[in-house]
Ligand binder design. Sequence first.
Ligand code: SAH
Ligand code: SF4
Ligand code: F3S
Length: 478
Amino acid sequence: MMDDTSTELSMNPGRAAESAVSGQCRPDDGLAEKSPRVMVVTYGCQMNVFDSRRMIQVLGHAGYVETDDPAAADVIIFNTCSVRDRPEKKVLGSLSRLLPLKEIKPVLFGVAGCVAQQHGQALLDRVPYLDFVIGPDNIADLPDVVTRAASGRRTSSATWMDPRSYDFIPLDADVEAGPVAFLTIIKGCDNFCSYCMVPYVRGREVSKPAGLVLDEVGSLVKAGISEVTLLGQNVNSWGRGLEGNPTFPDLLEAVSAVPGLKRLRFVTSHPADASDRLLDLFGRLPNLAEYLHLPMQSGSDDVLARMGRRYTFAEYFNRIERVRAACPDVALSTDIIVGFPGETAADFESTMDAVRRCQFDLMFSFKYSPRPGTAAASWKDDVPEAEKAARLAALQAMQDGITKSRMQRFLGRVEEVLVEGPSRDSRKDGALQIMGRTRTNYIVNFTVPGGRVPSPGELVDVRIERILAHCLKGVVPG
Ligand code: SAH
Ligand code: SF4
Ligand code: F3S
């Protein structure tokens, strides 16, 4: 986890994840011994996870093999997030810790993603041991950039592509690892919420045409993927600017009908654009999993207005009531920012009340951090750090209780679980533990006493027997 202010890892685009992408490209086996190796470390949201796979894919075409061992890597790329201040600093810290590698062998260091887009050439000027910088719109150039860097020409490729001619990199389905895959369907963001960097580092919205999305989902399923999560900073805007102005619910219905697709998810939805038609699809499309991430940000109408969110709390709550009416068991998660400029104690109390009323399954919460170039950065960051921390702690403590009570509903129930693989603490207590997720996106660790061990991607019915802090425990009934 990249930011210690978030409560848990799940489906949040702003979630702080740090992971080495594994299992793509060509296998890192003996046959590939002479091939150059690339390691990609991913921070930030699922769109960055998707982009990391695309980087490995394009370098795979240029003969690279993926590794998760820095000592074996010829190229190390940090795919970065700049949504808050802390992750940005952490990336440079992590890179400098790898510096001794350069004394042993000619390894290239690259920074990709949102920090790369934000700083471009300035990052190369500032960090002498950095060999290249590559923005999210320039992934197709990566092999050239790496070749240039290898010949000593430090390169920054972080230019914007014209939205009218933006081309998505066609997906090689076989570079996806495991039974679940992310698929970006819209890039950029046009909302310009007053605190947010994303529109500045990801550019204007461009929707991937429906035909491409359907082809990609089809080839993912053929390659063995069971679950696809459609990604965008605001998936609800999908379709604007495409021929015939299709809408996101149109796309969801079409994707849901792809033969063999066991589960479908999407993230993130902007509450102001979450139409009745979209919310009513929950419980109606059989493979649309019952999980919705709907970032609220604040419960105070004044703060919401200054954030530029385009809804009041009452309007937000109406969305929640609508989706719960369509599908009572739906799991809901949200994002909250505390300590936004001008947030009074009363505003914060409104957020506490709102979170209490909404009864989210999961919350990701953050202390406001001013981001250069955004509208809010020119306002006084007037909530003292200690007060931000106290508000965050109070909010998280309350949500922990709500999450705990929301989880109780699963006790004794039989849930459909999509198997992801062996559980992390497998065999700790002697029995093989399998890890998977419910349709509501809760992690379940379970055993299969005496039965056939299910493979990744299979759906199994699991009886939930225990509720732990962040996951469920269960057993496949005999
Ligand atoms: N597109 C998503 C959010 C993407 S960023 C949406 O509109 O909901 C993920 C989360 O990071 C945001 O929901 C917000 O809660 C948080 N965030 C964004 N900018 C921030 C900032 N400047 N300070 C603190 N948190 C921020
Ligand atoms: Fe940022 Fe707002 Fe766009 Fe989300 S909708 S990415 S918070 S500008
Ligand atoms: Fe972070 Fe960029 Fe995603 S700023 S949240 S990695 S779009």
